[in-house]
Ligand binder design. Structure first.
Ligand SMILES: C[S@@+](CC[C@H](N)C(=O)[O-])C[C@H]1O[C@@H](n2cnc3c(N)ncnc32)[C@H](O)[C@@H]1O
Length: 387
């Protein structure tokens, strides 16, 4: 993740007004805190849980967050009478040392799914290095759940533009991208055409492998065109608290995830659909692979094999460039970056480096301000939050 994080202050505001999620986290935190204990809030946003932890009696709180929103934290802590107890760290938990070890760790690093960016490696690292023996991880376990879904809105998104359009244009070549793209959505409980089943589990108290896979056998409860599989999670927190982003629960920030089939399939009540999902962390995010086997009465079995990797515009040359045997070549831009990086020596101003960059790459920048922007952006990538 970039040091700047991903969300704005407004997004964090949306997150903390998400009723059942926030209530469950707050109650779990209240139950876990013992007077004077140390709490680590990972992914603190502007410090909402950190401030709550102080109200519940924590003696010391470390709130760590790479997004700029954390700079609002000290003002909010002052307004709530706890500025002296919270240390705000503008950065990543990966860089915290043992002075940040805590009795309680609170974090919600999920996206639509718990399998989101470096959530699992971050929690596994924090659990191993930053949780005191006998301490409490507030987020304990997520169970991924799924059901067959029939929903014209989802079908409209996944299939319609590519199968048919009002102008009779042939867009079928875009279909591969569309049906291999999973989507964040909100579906109603009426759109489910099977009972929900468990798909996989992530236990944060023990997990080390960021890759997760699972299977579910879904039996249609009524006849309908099936458009894909809808998935969500049930979260278990410390202190017996929990919440879910299931379609029959109040809508939460996460919403749900839709995995389309390759095409709509007419399903009869009693037909069975076996669904396998593989989520693999590739670099900074997950690739999803989903395989479906549909056994229908009176019709041939159908098999679909889909993957978010098939939705990428990856050419054979791209794949070669990512392989271990590829020998990267230098470029003019790389040389300029290399030079600027060599000048980040703790003594030279960005303005000086920008002028030098203009001399080394004549014509590259129209103005000194543009060169300064370039140098400043490069420096920001390596910004040390302690300075
Ligand atoms: C979903 S937001 C949660 C915000 C807030 N704690 C809440 O629950 O409402 C997750 C946050 O975690 C941050 N984050 C992700 N990885 C992190 C890490 N390794 N260390 C610190 N923060 C991290 C992201 O920048 C993001 O702001």
């Amino acid at each position: 993740m970039s040091i700047h994080g991903t969300y704005s202050v407004v997004s964090y505001g949306e997150m903390v007004r998400s009723g059942p999620r926030v209530r469950a986290y707050a109650e779990a935190l209240r139950a876990a805190i013992t007077p004077g204990c140390t709490v680590l809030d990972i992914g603190a946003g502007f410090g909402f849980f950190a401030i709550l932890a102080c109200q519940f009696g924590a003696g010391r709180v470390i709130a760590v967050e790479p997004a700029e929103a954390i700079t609002l934290g000290p003002d909010l802590a002052r307004a709530n009478g706890c500025a002296d107890r919270i240390t705000f760290v503008h950065g990543l938990s990966d860089d915290l040392g043992e002075e940040s070890r805590a009795d309680v760790i609170i974090a919600d690093l999920r996206g639509v799914f718990p399998l989101f960016k470096r959530h699992i490696p971050t929690i596994a690292d924090a659990r191993a290095r930053l949780l005191k023996p006998g301490g409490t991880l507030i987020t304990q376990r997520d169970t991924l759940r799924c059901a067959l879904v029939s929903d014209v809105k989802l079908a409209g998104m996944a299939f319609d533009p590519w199968d048919a359009n009002a102008f009779d244009l042939d867009f079928s070549a875009g279909r591969r991208i569309s049906v291999n793209t999973r989507r964040k959505t909100t579906a109603s409980p009426e759109a489910l055409i099977s009972d929900p089943q468990d798909l996989a589990e992530v236990d944060y108290r023990t997990v080390t492998d960021p890759n997760v896979s699972g299977s579910a056998s879904l039996v249609a409860t009524r006849s309908a065109p099936a458009h894909g599989v809808l998935a969500w999670f049930d979260a278990e927190l410390a202190g017996g608290q929990g919440f879910s982003n299931a379609p029959d629960q109040p809508t939460l920030v996460y919403e749900q995830m839709f995995f389309p089939f390759e095409r709509p399939v007419e399903i009869a009540a009693g037909d069975r659909v076996d669904f396998d999902l593989d989520l693999r962390l590739m670099g900074e995010d997950y690739t999803s692979i989903w395989r479906t086997r549909i056994a229908r009465t009176g019709a041939p079995e159908l098999r679909f094999s889909q993957s978010s990797a098939l939705a990428e515009f990856t050419t054979p040359a791209d794949l070669r460039r990512r392989s271990g045997s590829h020998v990267p070549q230098s470029t003019a831009r790389l040389e300029l970056d290399r030079y600027c990086l060599s000048r980040f020596d703790g003594m030279t101003s960005q303005a000086t480096i920008a002028r030098e960059a203009m001399d080394r790459a004549p014509g590259r920048f129209a103005t000194e301000a543009e060169a300064l922007g370039y140098v400043a952006a490069l420096a920001a990538r390596y910004h040390d939050p302690g300075h």
